[in-house]
Design a protein around this ligand. Structure first.
Ligand SMILES: *Cc1c(COP(=O)(O)O)cnc(C)c1O
Length: 432
């Protein structure tokens, strides 16, 4: 058989260009990271060929003995990593994991209480353009204008008013940690399930660098490709398995199902077909990496770097939502600098710096323009950047934002970006 390069030079060329882009730009999108060569290698394996509907030991297809082992390995490592009773490693993505959770916990038309998208929440937490907002009645809590933080008394007030069936925690652009215990109290007071979507923060949580939702929440979902640094995919976890509170809904042939059974069937056959066995194998590899002591060192550095960036931005007169960060990301409100998110994103892009425009709470611009940018440290920390490098990153960002239209500034910053990237090499391959 031919290599990819020989078989399809056109496509291979695009892969070469994308590898070059990742190698020589500052990747600051908070949801992105760089998977290891080993992880990428597992994804590019013959496991993509295998149909394995069902679960290890209970498949609907023959020939599953080796993929069963791979999935078991992923599950066992994930359970060890998050110290929990149950995981399902089959969700194709974070959104797919969340779809299965809704299917398991809610009937169409029931009420979800989640963090407002405009305040850092995620589309799958009830946005009207997403299945979650279309199928369920979505109500929202937000952050305070003055502090940029969630006020738990307001969450309680709202929960008492709307009586949700489920409360979601978790965000794509929230810079502070969550108070799971108070969320738990509120959920218990109104009789709601409690779901944490740790898509962004799973790596920090695994390393003990943020509060742990697993002992407190009924169910937890995540992606595997953000701070967790694995292949693109999703996962569902339960801290303590056992007879679930769904009781009546889940009762079948006179017995109550366990969490694990309800969630397993919500993933397959409830919302997915055959699992992506090559991706599940890559999840096993990444979880193996995450169980090494270096992973904790890495996550600590992710946080240290985010703090260093936050301080440097504030020293340069930028406004940050919540005036800082507890995690891997910062949200810069550009209004005081007379800029918007769109201009900032585009001008930084020209200089080899990749960020995303982002709504800030109480934004006065449209979602397409926005007043802010979201900046995360996971990817560049994987390259080996420390505090000194991140302060230099802020200096280069500031240089561009002071002259957003100036081509020559963009050119000279781009050269500096490239030089720094050359000192912290990333990928020496196009396909693993
Ligand atoms: C990224 C993210 C998701 C969705 O993950 P995909 O893999 O892109 O589907 C869900 N929830 C939150 C909070 C996220 O940040």
């Amino acid at each position: 058989m031919k290599s990819l390069k020989d078989q399809d030079p056109e496509l291979f060329g695009y892969l070469e260009q994308e590898t070059e882009r990742q190698n020589y730009n500052f990747e600051l999108i908070a949801s992105e990271n760089f998977a290891s060569k080993a992880t990428i290698s597992a994804m590019g394996s013959v496991l993509t060929n295998k149909y394995a509907e069902g679960y290890p030991g209970k498949r609907y297809y023959g020939g599953c003995e080796f993929v069963d082992k791979a999935e078991e390995l992923a599950r066992e490592r994930a359970k060890k990593l998050f110290k929990c009773d149950y995981v399902n490693v089959q969700p194709h993505s974070g959104a797919s994991a969340n779809a299965a959770i809704y299917l398991a916990f809610m009937k169409p038309g029931e009420t979800l209480l989640g963090l407002d998208l405009a305040h850092g929440g995620h589309l799958t937490h009830g946005s009207p353009v997403n299945f979650s907002g279309i199928t369920y009645n979505a109500e929202f809590y937000g952050v305070e204008k003055e502090t940029g933080r969630i006020d738990m008394d307001k969450v309680r007030e709202k929960a008492k008013k709307v009586k949700p069936k489920m409360i979601s925690i978790g965000a794509s652009a929230y810079t502070r940690d969550f108070d799971y215990k108070t969320f738990r109290d509120i959920a218990d007071e109104v009789g709601a399930f409690l779901w944490m979507d740790m898509a962004h923060t799973a790596g920090l949580i695994a390393a003990g660098e943020l509060n742990d939702p697993l002992p407190v929440c009924d169910v937890v979902s995540t992606t595997t490709h953000k701070t967790l640094r694995g292949p693109r995919g999703g996962m569902i976890l339960v801290g303590k398995d056992g007879e679930n509170k769904l009781g009546v809904v889940a009762r079948k042939s006179g017995r109550t199902k366990n969490w694990s059974e309800v969630l397993d069937s919500a993933v397959f056959p409830g919302s997915q077909g055959g699992p992506l066995m090559h991706v599940i194998a890559a999840k096993a590899v990444a979880f193996g990496e995450a169980l090494q002591p270096e992973f904790i060192t890495y996550q600590k550095q992710v946080k240290i770097n985010a703090k260093a960036m936050a301080e440097e931005f504030m020293a340069k007169g930028y406004n940050l939502v919540s005036d800082g960060t507890d995690n891997h990301l910062i949200l810069v409100d550009l209004r005081s600098k007379g800029l918007n998110g769109q201009i900032a994103e585009e001008s930084l892009d020209r200089a080899g710096i990749t960020v995303n425009k982002n709504m800030v709470p109480f934004d006065t611009e449209s979602p397409f323009v926005t007043s802010g940018i979201r900046i995360g440290t996971p990817a560049l920390t994987t390259r080996g950047f420390g505090e000194i490098e991140f302060k230099e990153v802020v200096r280069l960002i500031d240089t561009v934002l002071q002259n957003p239209e100036d081509e020559s500034v963009a050119e000279s910053v781009k050269a500096d970006v490239r030089e720094m990237c050359e000192n912290f090499p990333l990928y020496d391959f196009v396909t693993a």
